[in-house]
Design a protein around this ligand. Sequence first.
Ligand code: AHM
Length: 377
Amino acid sequence: MCIIIELANLYLINGSKTQNYRLPHLSLLSIRRHKSYTFTSIMNKKIVTLDEFIIRRQKEHDDATGSLSRLLRDIGIASKIINREVNKAGLVNILGVEGSENSTGDMVQKLDIFANEKIIEFLSMSGECAAIVSEENEDIVKLPAVNGKKANYVLVMDPLDGSSNIDVNVSVGTIFGIYKRKSEFDREIEIEDCIQAGLELVASGYVLYGTSTILVYTTGHGVNGFTLDPSIGEFCLSHSDMKIPASGNYYSVNQGYYLKFDLEMRRYIDHCSDLNLRLRYIGSMVSDIHRILFQGGIFLYPNTRKYPHGKLRLLYECNPMAMIVEQAGGKAITCGLERILAVPVSNIHQKVTIAIGSPDMVDEMKKFVERYSAVNA
Ligand code: AHM
């Protein structure tokens, strides 16, 4: 009986093709009542963990060395550590405020700094990553060779996006992208190795620490999502080959800046409002885009007077999210109508405007920009 309930509480996989057999809060009785989930059908399903999935995918590529797979797995492990700390964030008053000592004598850190250090520390030991570009570090962080082996990959990341949400128990996320270094292995890694357009990404993903924790990633062959089952400490395949709806009922923008937006953006927002679309803005890009990926919609961060080039960062926020959304069938462009993934990168902390989400909605926004920026000119 325990085995059945344990299995039923996970997302169940039929062979290699995932079915969304989500059976939360099951009792043995409810399994019996649920005609389509008989004992045999449940026992025949197999849970696919993130590690297993990555290995399977690696085997599909004859030339794969396993290095990218190991790096992805390491990111999965690091995100479990961050997840544990994010879940404890509400205990901060008990454990100590930032800058104070906690009960074990350690200094209490801000969670975004903690997440940053954890990922760097973890990847330093793995030997698969040559350098990291992080929102939290002014310069690139060069990682040492492990056992004399020089690494081939560069990680770009926002370790904890939407960190202002932590204190109030609202979802945050980690965003990451992986590039191949441009220079040869025997050369010391330099900043030029990290300055690459989104089109060069070999993988990207995000982890959303929400009501449940989900890791979504792509290597350019579709998008797959893995939900963390805390009872076994594993990310389990829960959403295979994710596709964004062509259109949706949500728009996501900080409408408080409405008067600071250009005319074309104000007209497009008016249009969303006229259509009675639902405005949802969590203030954490990962969370807002995650909703849109599932339910359809558009996320916007245009230029304002305060942020003439937008607020969000191209290399480690917009590019990885753009790769995910495009792989799921969506679109991502700047408010100047350039494809995000094709925007040339000139510095690692470069900002960019963004409109991202369901393809039909991004196309519609584009028409507003074309029409009203002409009026402005
Ligand atoms: P952060 O990295 O400091 O958390 O900032 C990034 C966040 C995004 O997740 C979010 O979309 C945006 O900033 C919200 O900005 P604003 O408060 O200006 O709407």
